[in-house]
Design a protein around this ligand. Sequence first.
Ligand code: FEO
Length: 170
Amino acid sequence: MMDQKVSELLNDQINKELYSAYLYLDMANFYAAKGLDGFANWYEIQAKEEQDHAMLIYKYLHNNSQTVTLGAIAKPDKEFKTLADPLNAAYEHEQYVTSLINAIYAAAQAANDYRTVQFLDWFVKEQGEEEKNSSDLITKLELFGSDPKGLYMLNSELGGRVYSAPSLQI
Ligand code: FEO
């Protein structure tokens, strides 16, 4: 039987991941309106990945006979003015998500729930990649964003991102 606190934290995380998807869709929306289709593509794919994260946790809870309760998803509340704003907000948000995953990990360890610890190992690694990707994007925009040709190239690069299903299968 799964520890109740661990189960509740995982249940909450489904909502947090779906909020992340919604937040990234809002970023895609911001860039699409600016005509930066590559940036928009990047964040549309990011939104899909967040939905995958939510579904992995949803399925894991069901596979372990836990009751899942779905709550309301909050409205994306970040305001974007400059091209850098969503990138900075994304990096900050991923650091926050890492702290959430770490908190669930710690609770699972405290409950000797090694199955959940092992399940979360994938998320710990994924968060490392998400933080690096979002931080790298900030650096690239700082380096190349003030030059129109540089911005065009960066937009083209981000437009080449292709969705792939998560390596973790439940
Ligand atoms: Fe699901 Fe970007 O963390």
